[in-house]
Design a protein around this ligand. Structure first.
Ligand code: SAM
Length: 259
């Protein structure tokens, strides 16, 4: 088969470490009837063992040359291939409750992660290889340096666990950064339910506008100090000190008061 030269613009770092590939597939635990979607199959390092385990594997790939290559693989008849940008992909177009997997292109991982909340009720679980630093931000607890908007917005929808750290040598070409595999399981309601998700999301974005400033400063156009105190937030705290559930409570109380 013709050799494929990795394309930087598509974030192509291909997994080559067999034991890591095995660890990922073991973590996913694919069963024949599962609806599994793989984002960015690339040279099929994870695709092959997944395709062997399930009746049908859905894959989304942007690189036309890779798509052509996928069509020639011995297990191609098991693949449902979607050629295009995963950021535009409608996950609801694949019927059934989905298990989503991917060694994600790091350049689009954050905008992609923000999209999954929309599909939370259709997801069984997700396993992603990401930049280690991103995984640390996802799982960070309030009070830590890594805690921010990404932590709050993903923890609203998912329970997350860092399963495995992965060094650059596990890939070809090796990326400049360390990686990690994260498991995400839908858990909406664990930190409360936002009455209006758009309001909650906008509030959190505003709260973290300037991390070094107090919550009073970041939210002064939105809320007065008395209301912050009502939900248990000290106006002098920085946004990274405030737990996800308090952001949910604050959004709800502002809506109740006609903000
Ligand atoms: N799964 C393979 C592996 O583990 O070796 C490849 C992983 S590589 C980090 C990322 C893959 O995602 C590449 O195949 C790349 O072409 C594909 N990709 C990049 N951007 C994409 C996008 N916007 N939509 C869909 N696929 C994309």
């Amino acid at each position: 088969m013709k050799e494929h030269r990795a394309r930087k613009r598509f974030g192509q770092n291909f997994l080559q470490d067999k034991s890591i590939i095995q660890d990922i597939v073991r973590a996913v635990r694919p069963q024949p009837a599962d609806t599994v979607i793989e984002i960015g199959p690339g040279l099929a390092a994870i695709t092959e063992p997944l395709a062997k385990a399930v009746d049908k594997l859905h894959v989304i790939e942007i690189d036309r040359d890779i798509v052509a290559r996928l069509r020639t693989l011995p297990f191609a008849s098991k693949l449902e291939i979607y050629e295009g940008d995963v950021l535009q992909f409608d996950f609801a177009s694949v019927p059934g409750r989905k298990k989503i997997v991917g060694n994600l292109p790091y350049n689009i991982s954050t905008p992609l992660l923000f999209r999954f909340g929309e599909y939370v009720d259709e997801i069984v679980d997700m396993h992603f290889m990401l930049q280690k630093e991103v995984v640390e931000r996802m799982v960070a607890e309030a009070g830590s340096n890594d805690y921010g908007r990404l932590s709050v917005m993903l923890q609203y929808f998912f329970e997350m666990e860092n399963l495995l750290d992965v060094p650059p040598q596990a890939f070809n070409p090796a990326p400049k950064v360390d990686s990690a595999v994260v498991r995400m399981i839908p858990q909406r309601g664990r930190i409360g339910i936002a009455q209006d998700f758009q309001h909650f999301s906008a509030l959190v974005k505003q709260a973290f506008q300037q991390r070094r400033k107090t919550i009073h400063n970041n939210l002064k156009e939105w809320v007065d100090d008395a209301r912050l105190i009502d939900v248990g937030i000290d106006p002098g705290w920085r946004p990274e000190r405030i737990k996800p559930e308090l952001y949910v409570a604050l959004s709800n109380i502002l809506l109740d008061n006609g903000a």
